[in-house]
Structures are given as structure tokens and as C-alpha cells.
Ligand binder design. Sequence first.
Ligand code: ASP
Ligand code: MG
Length: 418
Amino acid sequence: MTNWSVFKFGGNSLKDQKSLERAIDLVSEFGNGRLLIVVSAMGKSTNALESYLEARINKDLNLENQIWQELKDFHIEISKSLNLFDEVLRLGIEGELNRIRKLSIDSPYERLYDSVVSAGEILSSIILHAAIQTKFPNASWLDSRMVIKTNSSHKRAEINLEYTERSIHDKLINQQGVWISQGFIGASEQTKETTTLGREGSDYSAAIFAYSLKAKELTIWKDVPGLMSGDPKFFRNVQLLHEVPYDEAMEMAFFGATVIHPKTIQPLKSRNIVLHVRSFFDNKSRATQISNFNFLKPKIPCFLRKSNQTMIEVKSKDLSFVSDGQLSDIYNIFSNIGLTVNLAQHSATKGTFCISSEPRLIAIAVSKLNSYDVFLENDLVLYTIRNPNEESKIWLTRKGQPKMEQSSAKMDQALLLE
Ligand code: ASP
Ligand code: MG
């Protein structure tokens, strides 16, 4: 049997009639053999579902009903625009939306969040499945909660790779043709409840599927030409990167290249699976290949920007030395809560950490750091330049006086107020 390929379509590639037709074309063109398609929620449905949950928690009945109705209309309209809206699809869409409406809001927030927000991927996958069936009548739908096995950390669940690999393998090894499944969601091994992997996590799911199927490649279809040397919204004169080593892609994703989720690369690298990041509408042009390359091509500075950063200064109260033990305690506090440190510096009496702002989690961290003096500064932007040169260094110094900065042969970083 042939090797599997995996496609991932994000929300922007599934937001209206035109993009869905394009997705069907791409599957027809490239979907010979065994193809697994991983989808995100359509358009901005995940944000809408988050707002729906907020409205319910705040007991804002009007807003809750309005968002629910908009979600329903949006999914039904898309299905109708493609002439797919039959009784089966109506039951599927309404069933899923009625399910979230009936959920009791008394359960813990994170658990409820996963239960509500997962509806986006379920709806998207049942509609795309119906659409693909117009060309591939035997295309199958897979509930990723049957195979993506996680722990019970709702909203940021960790995948049990061994168990997940086995489940995916057992489910699909003897299968053929086109399969459609969901990114971003899984189920707790322990409780069997729905979990999610963190916002934008469906690239990561696609990588886990590719890994488990020992796929020959994963293609992420985007509304941009590929991975660029900077986000054109913020940086001028950026270029398309043609060849990117796995490690470089991981660094770029971690420091703000939103084109791929940072966790995507590791599973691919470990099995040497090539990742293509390609334009959804212009699939003829040269795209980005991420693989086992030695060098970035073209070898140019890459500009990354991570907004919404908080600087946390942790100072010993009595000016005693911040020892290694204390530093590792501080790191443990952050990581146990689910906060990732993007940049860190420490002196004899204080540690300074740059962390992506998550007010709820940062408040918990501050309360756990009560044996120190803690100062926070919000609304900062972390700039990172990979492969810096003289010109990029000058560019960075002109951005302003950094709150924190770091420089090495491979990377310059500055945390700034903008
Ligand atoms: N739909 C989810 C989100 O918007 C997952 C994803 O798009 O990757 O965060
Ligand atoms: Mg999305």
C-alpha cells in the first residue's frame, strides 16, 4: 500500500464557498492514494465559541442566543452554498450546536471550555466531509477523540504519544482513500472527556497524525505563499523562505511566526517527515519546505514579533542572593501553571522573565511567588531576529529602548514598549 499524506486546512482556508471549493479541488488534484485531512474550525468560529461561552458564564442571554444563532446560520449557509445541506448534515450541525446549548455551566471552566469550543472542529469536519464526498464518495470521517489520547489538563492537554500512535495506527493502517478528521481536539485517556491542545493547535494535531502514520509528508495549506522572513503586516521587504531546517522552523514558530504552531515541528523532525507550507490559492508557485536541511535558503535575517508580552521581575525581598535553587523553583511555578518563558535574565538579586500574557495564569503565578517582591509590566512586544546582520541590528536599535535584550551570533532579541 502507498504511504499516507496528510493535509491540514486552517480556518481561513475553510471560511466560505470559494475556499471550500478550492479545498475540494486541491484534494482532487493531490489526493490520490491515502490522504488524511485535518481541519480547524471554519473562519473565526473558535473565537465565536469562546465569546458564546463568556456570554453564558456572564448570563447575558441575549448575546448568548445571538452568537449561537450566528454560528448556526454561518455553518448552514456554507453548506447550502455548496448544495450540501441535506437532512444528514442538518441533523449533524444542529445536533452539535444543541449539544453545547444543553451543557451545564456548573462544571469547571476549562472542562466546559473544551466541551464548547471543540464544536468548531466537529462542525467544520462534518461539512468538509460532505463536500469531499461529492468527489470521493467513499471518503470517511474520523472522530479524532477516538485516537488523540491526552491527559486531563483541559484547554492545554498534553498528548500521550505512544498510546495515540497506536490508536491511529490500529484505526487506519488497513484503510485506503481520503479521511477527514479534526485538529485541536482529543480526549482524556482517564475521563474520556473532550480536551483541546491550546489555541491554533491543529497544526500540531496534523503533525501527530503524520508521525503516527509515518506519512511521507504533511502539507499545511495557508492563505500566504509559505513561511516568510517576516510577517508582511509588520515588516517590509520580507521574502519567501524556500528551504528551512527543522530547528530553524521551530525557533521561528516559538518566537512568533504564526504560520505554524511551535509544537508542529518536533514530531515531524523525529521521523524525517517533510513539511510543506503552501499557498491555498496559488499552489503552482514555489512554497516553503521544512526538512532536514543544513541551512536556511535564502540565508537572510528573519524578523519575528510576539506581541502581548508581560515582563515579570522577581526580586528577593531581603536582597539575598537568588540562588540556582530559587531560579528553578520560579521556573517550576511558571511551567506548572502552563506559562512559557520567552526570554529570561537574572542578576544576583533578581530574575526577569518575559512571558506571553495570560492574565488568569499570571495572577496565579504572582500569588505563588509571594515570598518575593514581584513587579509586572504589560503590553510589551518581543522582537527576535534570527540570523542577524549589521543592517538588522541597526533596525532593531531604532525600535526604541529595550526593557530586556539579548544578543548572540544566531539571534538578537529586544523586549519593547510600543
Ligand atoms: N480552531 C482552533 C483555533 O482557532 C485551532 C486551530 O485553528 O488550529 O485556535
Ligand atoms: Mg482556527
